[in-house]
Design a binder for this molecule. Sequence first.
Ligand code: ATP
Length: 324
Amino acid sequence: MSDALVEVRGLERAFGAVRAVDGISFDLIRGQVAGLIGANGAGKTTAMRIMATLDTPDAGAVCIGGTDIVDYPTRVRRRIGWMPDHFTPYADTTVGDYLDFFGRAHGFAGAELARRVDEVREFTDLVTLDERPLRGLSKGQAQRLCLARTLLNDPEFLILDEPAAGLDPKARLEFKNLVRVLRERGKTLLISSHILSELGEMCDTLIFMDAGRLVHHGDTDSLQRRDAAAGAVFEIEIHGPVPPLLEWLAVRPGWKLVEQLRDGARAGFANAAPEAVSAELRRMSADLPIVEFRRQERRLEEAFVEMLRNGNANGENASGRNTP
Ligand code: ATP
């Protein structure tokens, strides 16, 4: 049996002239937490809504657990949980009644319904808010309630659209912890965001969309290192004045000044082969009073912006036929 729980192949969806999803393909492995990242309008919600059986693709297919979502939507819905980016609160309903209602909508009743509602309420830390009307919930509490609703049918695959949007740092941390526990329980998650750093920490793999197309699929390390051949960036700190360092850089081929700092400089070295780096390090330390020399990992945002700027020309996984 394939390890892929979710298989997306050549997915397309247009709204008039707008190609919202333009031929994306990827697999999600069972137990994987995947981040779906892209700017506003990149096509994330459209792709997710199709995967959640709420919209039909113009072309392509999605299989979840080997079941085609267009041919067997009801079967698929039993296995998935969908958390939309907009929470529509029924203002006067209480937390308890809300979960009870959605539990019944899933077809649960009696002791089974009570067990499931108890379980998700406890998991999302809503027990003390049971009698609270939804209109009084904070953004973080409402988001936890939305997640609780999504978990009622104990889905193996969770599709969460912008779940951390608008959360304060504390609520964001709580959400990250919930994702971690869900992952430990073996769930497969697809989480969208337009904020890279938000997803970088909690996801095993990142899927980048731009204008409906998949532009990168890989782990965060691979994204940060994907341009290593063009030059690893080192953070250099020297004692004393900066000019000698600048002079040294000016006559050393392969080096370029990235940024001048108050007590040093950031310099890029255009050869990432370990032997070359170590030779440069030896030369540099012989010539300059270096107190620190370390590899600088690029921030995810920088990596993504650069990838888009380069038109993804060297993307190893950019064909739209991606598998992790
Ligand atoms: P955001 O981060 O803003 O939610 P997104 O990446 O989720 O953006 P989508 O909502 O999927 O992007 O939208 C992709 C494109 O498709 C946009 O240009 C959007 O205007 C368009 N679009 C989406 N849904 C519809 C619709 N129902 N009718 C017309 N155009 C649509």
